[in-house]
Design a protein around this ligand. Structure first.
Ligand code: PLP
Length: 406
């Protein structure tokens, strides 16, 4: 019988679902009931599970301090205020990231300056970072995209030479490590997200980690209405607001932490296996891995597509064909600087602070990644078995073999 692609009516390589996300069991249920019966539902009623989670999360991420917030966007916002961001300051960010990396700057009155990413990692290019520094630059936000650590050594070197603060956006990088150290507090401070898709998930949630006691203290104050530790209830010393995590979130997060390391090991083993097989046996080109990356967070498995290896078929048609074979996949981001919200927000800020309007950004690697090259598999696919990885390879091989029929 002639082989046919599932998208053209053939039978798919796979009909079984990949592992579901989120994962929960009696641990989450017991922790939630604990909170319910304790009457301590928020940190204003007592430290409770939020404090326990902060301690456990800081330890798991090689940081002296962790400050929770209600989500990762709030963590970035609080962190920027903790470093003393001011109106008209420039913050250098990669163009290939989620919008919150840039909107946290705009909502703080700072101007995000976009730089390109490296073709082998889709992480901030340290040379582009250095070239973008101006007298207005205050900070840099490297993003460990998909959980793959950025070249934090070179970024720290550039930042230190120019007196910039480094705020790591580790919202996708739980458990990722660089030269044996977990990311987040390698820079001055770093932010995490516990939103539904993330590898540690409470529906929503965020945390800032740091080794600097002064920054930890400022984060605590800013996230808690600008209060001071031993002050009166209505004493507000620092500009802040209510960015507090609930005890419900912390309860779920503590339960999620109990299985996190084991899941991270499974993602790492499957991610390495899948990367090797795809690069050796298909025309897809998985992202490279710097030898200094000692653990990939694998929130996303990102690989690169080239129509040349697939009979000239464009990425959109390839993705539809691969999905039809039973492998969920997607195309990922658009270049952030092309989004009206970001472009107009930055232009308005520049006018307000009298900053010159620069040339529109042009980041060719980001544009190629977004328009034609980048392909994402979500982290839960990597929680399966080796046989699940073999199915992904088999599905890519089938689409490759029959691409001329598309
Ligand atoms: C790179 C990056 N930064 C920031 C965020 C914001 O986190 P949250 O969705 O928890 O607000 C996310 C989450 O999607 C992210 O992926």
């Amino acid at each position: 019988m002639t082989e046919r692609l599932a998208v053209l009516g053939g039978s798919p390589v796979r009909t079984a679902p990949f592992p579901a996300w989120p994962v929960s069991d009696g641990r989450e249920e017991a922790a939630l009931l604990d909170v319910l019966h304790s009457g301590v539902w928020g940190i204003t009623s007592g430290p409770g599970k939020v404090t326990q989670f902060e301690q456990a999360f800081a330890k798991a991420h090689d940081a002296a301090y962790a400050q929770t917030t209600f989500n990762g966007s709030a963590a970035l916002f609080v962190a920027l205020h903790a470093i003393g961001i001011d109106y008209g300051d420039e913050v250098i960010v990669p163009a290939y990231t989620f919008m919150a990396t840039a909107t946290s700057c705009l909502l703080s009155g700072a101007i995000p300056v976009f730089v390109d990413v490296e073709p082998d990692s889709y992480n901030m290019d340290p040379a582009a970072l250095e070239a973008a520094i101006t007298p207005r630059t205050k900070a840099v936000i490297p993003v460990h995209i998909g959980g793959l650590p950025a070249d934090i050594d070179r970024i720290m070197d550039v930042a230190r030479r120019h007196g910039l603060t480094v705020l790591e956006d580790a919202c996708q990088a739980h458990g990722a490590s660089w030269r044996g150290r977990r990311v987040g507090a390698i820079g001055d401070l770093g932010c995490f997200s516990f939103q539904s898709s993330k590898n540690i998930n409470a529906g929503e949630g965020g945390a800032i980690v740091t080794d600097r006691q002064d920054l930890a203290e400022r984060c605590w104050s800013i996230h808690n209405c600008g209060r001071v530790r031993d002050g009166r209830w209505y004493q507000h010393e620092v500009l802040g607001s209510n960015f507090r995590m609930t005890q419900w979130q912390a309860a779920i997060l503590l339960a999620q932490l109990t299985r996190f390391e084991e899941m991270a090991r499974a993602r790492e083993a499957n991610g390495l296996y899948l990367a090797r097989r795809l690069s050796e046996e298909t025309a897809l080109r998985p992202m490279g891995r710097d030898p200094r990356v000692t653990q990939h967070g694998y929130h996303l498995f990102i690989t690169r597509y080239d129509p040349e290896g697939f009979a000239g078929v464009d990425r959109g048609r390839f993705l539809r064909a691969l999905s039809a074979e039973g492998v969920p996949c997607s195309e990922g981001y658009v270049p952030l600087y092309t989004m009206p919200a970001i472009r107009d927000g930055a232009a308005r800020l520049r006018r307000a602070v009298g900053a010159p309007e620069p040339e529109p950004p042009h980041c060719p690697v980001t544009e190629r990644a977004c328009a034609e090259e980048g392909i994402w598999f979500m982290q839960q696919l990597l929680l399966g078995t080796t046989a699940d990885m073999d199915d992904i390879v088999a599905a890519v091989q089938k689409v490759q073999r029959l691409a001329h029929t598309l």
